[in-house]
Design a protein around this ligand. Structure first.
Ligand SMILES: NC(=O)c1ccc[n+]([C@@H]2O[C@H](COP(=O)([O-])OP(=O)(O)OC[C@H]3O[C@@H](n4cnc5c(N)ncnc54)[C@H](O)[C@@H]3O)[C@@H](O)[C@H]2O)c1
Ligand SMILES: O=C(O)[C@H](O)CO
Length: 323
């Protein structure tokens, strides 16, 4: 008999078929208590769980006594209570390499669009304001040759450094939990403490996981250390930044602009002050959202679940020790 799995995200037809070749699949719309109660038998039987963007906590695990593996269609896994999974010896699989280059493209897009005010001036053109040759009130600032500070020199940080170094001739400062030889040898990156990076960078780019350690890593004191001309970018996770402090820093002119793909609350509430600031580019968490990359992530996640339920955890496994 095929193992049972719960699928909580729609998959392209061919991937759904691949999943069904290996498992008996119950598709649900989300992991809310109501949905779990409605499909209680399927959750009780399930050995695997596949999807994204929903909390997987100990309350859910209690409803899934047979669960052996979870597979998330994302690289970030802050939605999972990893301690609870470890205690139950449930494997957690993710999609680390499938999206790296695409997210680095998004970061670069945020750098360029904030610096050159792309969204703001395009809106002015659409509003009919381009009635004569433009003056300095339409100008932006340069990107090439400016100092880029990357906080979180992991897979995506490295891919951003590559773009900035080779494409834009930007000197690179970085902060991470350890020094990265590759960043230094290939992209001339200079490791420094967070304070130095905040003080010296023209562009401060965050691409960090959300952990207890990184929660509100950037707040009032950190914005105060940045240059008044600094542009702040976050495509890691919203709660790494104290959003109230970010709004105040923008409103008080402590920093020049911000490009944001992630927020403390998503979707971003429509009454957020961020949406009233012309020097903010706010994106709806599109870091990896291209057709090619989202397909590749879903395909990897399906393969990850097949591997994990067959005891194969050589790659893409967050907690291989529980096997
Ligand atoms: N916006 C999006 O759509 C999107 C897409 C993909 C990833 N992400 C986020 O980006 C994160 C990074 O992805 P990755 O593949 O580069 O991960 P990674 O594990 O390769 O890199 C993470 C880096 O952060 C560093 N780090 C961790 N804690 C730190 C701390 N306290 N201080 C300084 N540095 C610290 C690590 O040393 C590492 O260099 C993901 O965890 C996810 O939250 C967002
Ligand atoms: O972590 C990730 O993969 C992205 O944020 C998509 O959720």
């Amino acid at each position: 008999m095929k193992p049972s799995v719960i699928l909580y995200k729609a998959l392209p037809d061919d991937l759904q078929k691949r999943l069904e070749e290996h498992f008996t699949v119950t598709q649900v719309k989300n992991l809310s208590p109501d949905t779990v109660a409605q499909h209680a038998d399927a959750f009780a039987r399930a050995e695997g769980l596949l999807g994204s963007s929903e909390k997987v906590d100990s309350a859910l695990l209690e409803k899934m006594p047979k669960l052996r593996a979870t597979s998330t269609i994302s690289v970030g896994y802050d939605n999972f209570d990893v301690e609870a999974l470890n205690a139950r010896k449930v494997l957690l699989m993710h999609t680390p390499t499938a999206l790296t280059e695409t997210v680095a493209d998004t970061l670069m897009a945020l750098v360029l669009s904030t610096a050159r005010r792309v969204v703001e001036v395009a809106e002015r053109v659409k509003a009919g304001e381009w009635t004569k040759s433009i003056g300095p009130d339409w100008f932006g600032v340069d990107v090439h040759g400016k100092t880029l500070g990357i906080v979180g020199m992991g897979r995506i940080g490295l891919a951003l450094a590559q773009r900035a170094h080779f494409g834009f001739n930007m000197p690179i400062l970085y902060n991470a939990r350890r020094q990265h030889k590759e960043a230094e040898e290939r992209f001339n990156g200079r490791y420094c403490d967070l304070d130095t990076l905040l003080q010296e960078a023209d562009y401060v780019c965050l691409i960090l996981p959300l952990t207890d350690e990184t929660h509100h890593l950037i707040g009032k004191a950190e914005f105060a250390k940045m240059k008044k001309s600094a542009i702040f970018i976050n495509a890691g996770r919203g709660p790494v930044v104290d959003e109230k402090a970010l709004i105040a820093a923008l409103q008080n002119g402590e920093i020049h602009a911000a490009g944001l793909d992630v927020f403390e609350q998503e979707p971003l509430p429509v009454d957020s002050p961020l949406l009233t600031l012309p020097n903010v580019v706010a994106l709806p968490h599109i870091g990896s959202a291209t057709h090619e990359t989202r397909y590749s992530m879903a395909s990897t996640a399906v393969d990850n679940l097949i591997d994990a339920l067959n005891g194969k955890v050589e790659k893409n496994c967050v907690n291989p020790q529980v096997k």
